[in-house]
Design a protein around this ligand. Structure first.
Ligand SMILES: NC(=O)c1ccc[n+]([C@@H]2O[C@H](COP(=O)([O-])OP(=O)(O)OC[C@H]3O[C@@H](n4cnc5c(N)ncnc54)[C@H](OP(=O)(O)O)[C@@H]3O)[C@@H](O)[C@H]2O)c1
Length: 268
């Protein structure tokens, strides 16, 4: 018996599909026969994802958009439905991690992070639900949270992730009588570009703490260590969740390498 059901022929929109976990998720969904649309700001990253999917015989498109701008995700969802006829899967994966001090962070920084990580996710989810109901299709919304939502040192970034987890809990309740399931994936440490917005001082603290934890850890052939997994580890979890029968709801999956990152690594 297969552990998952056939999802080929479905359509998925993956935000942040231009790199990291979103790119890996797009590849895995396409491998399962799903038509994938990836959204992000980097045209190069989007093109890489679309080309990698096409090279394996899958179908993919990209939409260039900035989730810092209100209305971007709703318009993207509308576009996917207009082009493909329906949307079955929305993976709300795009996010930024600004680890500024919660007590002093500049308003434009935390406002932007909440816009990208939280408000765009709500906007996109509402648009997806509207279309899923109208087209009467099986739907899955998968939100990528973070262990930063529940560990000390998660900062305002952790607060954005707590917010999306509670939003998902609420949606799940409201959609009990719909054919739409809501899954929260909670990753631990995975090697991606997520740290690109951390300032130099924080990078130095991070490198020092992580360096000590990394000592003696040998990466496997695909680059995993017991401290940092690879994006495909999360991609497989997403596909597992969306390929369950619609009568089931995979509420939440905490997926992390065997060793946990020292939370102090995130503090200045
Ligand atoms: N890596 C980890 O250890 C880890 C752990 C816990 C949770 N997560 C979560 O995993 C998710 C994916 O992150 P990642 O680790 O794969 O990092 P990443 O490689 O930096 O990917 C983030 C993605 O979000 C997109 N994005 C960021 N700002 C955007 C904006 N304004 N508009 C549109 N797209 C935007 C980026 O695309 P462009 O640059 O092309 O815009 C990129 O594709 C995030 O939700 C993150 O919080 C990651």
């Amino acid at each position: 018996m297969s552990l998952t059901q056939d999802i080929s022929g479905q359509t998925a929109l993956v935000t942040g599909g231009s790199s990291g976990l979103g790119q890996a998720t797009a590849l895995r969904l396409a491998e399962a026969g799903v038509h994938v649309v990836v959204l992000g700001r980097s045209q190069e990253g989007l093109d890489d994802t679309v080309a990698a999917i096409a090279a394996k015989g899958g179908t993919a498109k990209s939409i260039r958009g900035d989730l810092a701008e209100r209305g971007t995700l709703e318009a993207a969802v509308d576009q996917v439905v207009a082009d493909a006829g329906h949307l079955n899967v929305l993976v709300n994966n795009a996010a930024v991690m600004y680890m500024d001090q919660a007590s002093t962070a500049a308003r434009d920084r935390w406002e932007q992070m909440f816009q990208i990580n939280v408000f765009a996710l709500i906007e996109g989810s509402q648009a997806a639900i509207r279309h899923m109901r109208e087209k009467d299709v099986d739907g899955h919304i998968v939100n990528i949270s973070s262990l930063a939502s529940r560990l000390p040192g998660g900062g305002l970034y952790g607060a954005t992730k707590s917010a999306i987890e509670r939003y998902a809990d609420q949606l799940r309740m409201e959609l009990e009588n719909d054919k739409i399931r809501i899954t929260t994936i909670v990753p631990g440490g995975f090697a991606t570009n997520l740290g690109r917005d951390i300032n130099e001082q924080q990078q130095a603290v991070f490198q020092e703490k992580i360096g000590a934890q990394m000592e003696g850890l040998v990466p496997d052939a695909e680059g995993r260590t017991p401290l940092f997994g690879i994006p495909d580890d999360i991609a497989r979890a997403v596909v597992f969740a969306v390929a369950q029968p619609i009568y089931l709801n995979v509420f939440e999956m905490v997926v992390r390498p065997s060793k946990n990152i020292d939370p102090a690594a995130f503090m200045e």
